[in-house]
Design a protein around this ligand. Structure first.
Ligand SMILES: C[S@@+](CC[C@H](N)C(=O)[O-])C[C@H]1O[C@@H](n2cnc3c(N)ncnc32)[C@H](O)[C@@H]1O
Length: 170
């Protein structure tokens, strides 16, 4: 797994230092970039595989209820229809503690992306649908922002990125 390669500082692992730099720059102190990188690395206790299709997504490992789940660009590729999306949001809720946080990142109004030479399907939805799905499954939305696309490319047709921070009702 790519993340495990990074945690173990293996040769050829993806270099995430630009993300640490971006983060510390936002906080106004880029000298701390390396330190931040190592701090994140050392905070990771386990890297486990997750399959959303399984009843226990981390089978055979059973995890305790989580404080926070971050899902980026995952539901977009695994869902075929609205029912799938709602079912997975319900699954996220089941994995969280009451009051636990969900950070969801996705693309809106998209139908495909290009993976090497192949076109892969993306589940098409909009901000209204995400909001309704989360609220329908007992989440309170703390922040929801859509950033309009600026990138020019014919490799994908998304119109914007949606960022949501929500919490599960107590
Ligand atoms: C577009 S990538 C996003 C990866 C990463 N979250 C990111 O933001 O760069 C979609 C990811 O969904 C994963 N995926 C596909 N089907 C899955 C499933 N049933 N359960 C869990 N992950 C799945 C793929 O392995 C792939 O890494």
């Amino acid at each position: 797994m790519e993340l495990k390669r990074w945690v173990d500082t293996r040769t050829g692992a993806f270099d995430w230092s630009y993300a640490a730099k971006l983060h510390v720059d936002t906080e106004g102190n880029s000298d701390e970039s390396q330190e931040k990188n190592e701090k994140v690395k050392s905070a990771i206790q386990h890297v486990v595989k997750c399959d959303l299709e399984k009843e226990n997504v981390t089978d055979p490992i059973v995890l305790p209820p989580a404080d926070c789940i971050i899902s980026a660009l995952l539901l977009d590729v695994v869902c075929k229809e609205q029912e799938d999306y709602i079912r997975y949001v319900r699954k996220f809720s089941g994995l969280l503690k009451p009051g636990g946080h969900l950070v969801l990142i996705g693309v809106v109004d998209s139908t495909f992306f290009t993976n090497k030479k192949d076109r892969d399907h993306i589940f098409k939805y909009d901000e209204k649908f995400v909001r309704k799905s989360l609220e329908g499954e007992g989440f309170v939305i703390d922040c929801c922002k859509v950033k309009e696309r600026t990138a020019v490319s014919d490799l994908t047709d998304y119109k914007g990125l949606v960022f949501i921070a929500a919490h599960k009702e107590q």
